[in-house]
Write a protein that binds this ligand. Structure first.
Ligand code: C2O
Ligand code: CU
Length: 486
């Protein structure tokens, strides 16, 4: 792949030309960043918000003048931004208009196991699935994507993914909240295109570690440009890529504030110049602009397959993500809130149960995914410590249906950017991460949740296990095999 160093985007010149991505060579004019439409159905007479999600094939122009076969939700590529509030009853009417089976998983959303959309909730071609639950968690930027065992990477690559924003009274009013204006989702995905402009699917399988595309799209836009009209903008960053880890910041090195991790606000804004995102992770940041600013959101760094994945930038994988042009006059920013969330951290009680997960090349504790096997049985309402030890190249670890706090990384207290509620965490090579997890009340001895590496190739190869959450005291009544699965 052609690598390039970033250019300081000092003027408009940097936006129109020259500031291209490592890609197929042609330097096309920038396109306005696509903002996924927001979907927030009104409450019906029963007080339920009924979402309708149609998964369908389509055609999308990524490279100028060329079309690619893609998949999308309610459109040809990607999906709407779903939005609901704590306390809402939601119904998701998912209609699979794709020619093969898939699932739709609500990543970062606290849901009962049967509504989770993991590999067991298969929706056949032209089938329908209608889970329903009550939103009950702090404000968060969650997302959704398919999860069919062995095919997740491909289904996301083709375009099924979107954001799922959860509002809750805990979010301070001072945060920017005008969707698409000063509150903007940024879905970051690397892709490789063939010369005819189509998505190169064979490229997904060329590297045993995982796929790194030649081009980075944001919200499905190739060479995107965002014009902002506000002096402070909230970006909700999502790494929906297969295996690339991004170190997101700006070409001019400006500092900004991290306000939220995967599933919740930090205690207070944290000033940073880069945020690290491994696949599946999210971050919310507040960025200040001056009138007339021209700057590019980029990623500096190296990829963890070659290194300890410690996030140190060495210029080996520098990528432009999004050019930004601020208007000549900007809506003024309010004051920066000094406090965000009262207490985002989960404390394990003394004597909390510790479970250990050893990450191998494509296995966890020496096992690969077996849809019929229950790997862990957890008592409902408990808080446990999960210790994740990586004896292989870089991986991350995602747990369904919960939020967790990072207790330590290699024995040291977590850095500031990991001090918020998380559902996915990067585990450096030869490193150990310990997290505190509280398991919700929802119990079902035969409907498992998943834990897995979110590097999609690893996940598809079976780097995944299953746990059930059951009433305390009934753990030994859980069957070791799920009924009906060979
Ligand atoms: Cu983002 Cu098991 O998923
Ligand atoms: Cu992995």
């Amino acid at each position: 792949m052609k690598r390039r160093r970033f250019l300081a985007a000092a003027g408009l010149a940097g936006l129109g030309t020259g500031c291209g991505q490592a890609s197929s060579g042609v330097s096309a004019p920038r396109k306005p960043l696509w903002i996924p439409p927001m979907l927030r159905p009104r409450r019906d007479v029963d007080g339920v918000r009924r979402f309708q999600l149609n998964l369908r094939p389509g055609r999308t122009e990524f490279l100028p003048g060329k079309r690619a076969a893609t998949w999308g939700v309610n459109g040809p590529h990607l999906g709407p931004t779903l939005r609901a509030s704590r306390g809402d009853r939601v119904e998701m009417r998912v209609i699979n208009g794709l020619p093969e089976s898939t699932t739709l998983h609500w990543h970062g959303v606290r849901v009962p196991a049967e509504a989770d959309g993991g590999p067991h909730q298969i929706i056949g071609p032209y089938g329908m699935w209608v889970p329903e639950w009550t939103i009950d968690q702090p404000a968060a930027s969650a997302w959704y994507h398919p999860h069919p065992h062995g095919r997740t990477e491909l289904h996301i690559y083709r375009g099924i993914a979107g954001m799922f924003l959860i509002d809750a009274p805990d979010a301070p009013d001072a945060l920017p909240r005008a969707y698409g204006v000063d509150d903007i989702p940024l879905i970051i995905q690397d892709r490789t295109f063939r010369a005819d402009g189509s998505l190169d699917e064979a490229a997904l399988y060329q590297d045993r570690f995982g796929f790194e595309g030649q081009t980075v799209l944001v919200n499905g836009t190739y060479r995107p440009l965002l014009r902002v009209g506000a002096a402070r903008v909230r970006f909700r960053l999502l790494n929906a890529s297969s295996a690339r880890v991004y170190q997101v910041g700006f070409t001019d090195g400006r500092r900004f504030h991290l306000i939220a991790t995967d599933v919740g606000l930090l205690a207070a804004p944290l000033e940073v110049d880069r945020v690290q995102l491994s696949p599946g992770e999210r971050a919310e940041v507040l960025v200040d602009f001056a009138a007339g600013d021209r700057v590019t959101l980029n990623s500096l760094g190296e990829q963890p397959k070659n290194t300890a994945g410690d996030g140190k930038a060495d210029g080996k994988d520098d990528l432009d993500l999004l050019a930004i042009a601020a208007a000549g006059r900007l809506t003024r920013a309010g004051r920066m809130p000094s406090r965000l969330s009262a207490d985002p951290m989960i404390e394990p009680p003394p004597g909390a149960r510790v479970r250990t997960f050893v990450l191998g090349h494509h296995d966890i504790n020496g096992k690969i995914m077996d849809m019929g096997r229950i790997d862990e049985v957890v008592p409902a309402g408990s808080t446990e410590i999960w210790e994740i030890r990586n004896e292989s190249f870089a991986h991350n670890f995602h747990i369904h249906g919960v939020a967790f706090s990072v207790l330590d990384v290699n024995g040291a207290p977590p850095p500031g950017h990991l001090r918020g509620l998380k559902d996915t965490v990067l585990v450096p090579r030869a490193g150990t991460v310990r997290v505190a997890v509280t398991f919700s009340e929802w119990s079902d001895p035969v409907r498992p949740y998943m834990f897995h590496c979110h590097f999609l190739r690893h996940e598809d190869l079976g780097m995944m296990g299953q746990f059930v959450v059951v009433e305390a005291g009934t753990e030994d009544r859980v069957p070791t095999r799920l009924p009906g699965i060979p």
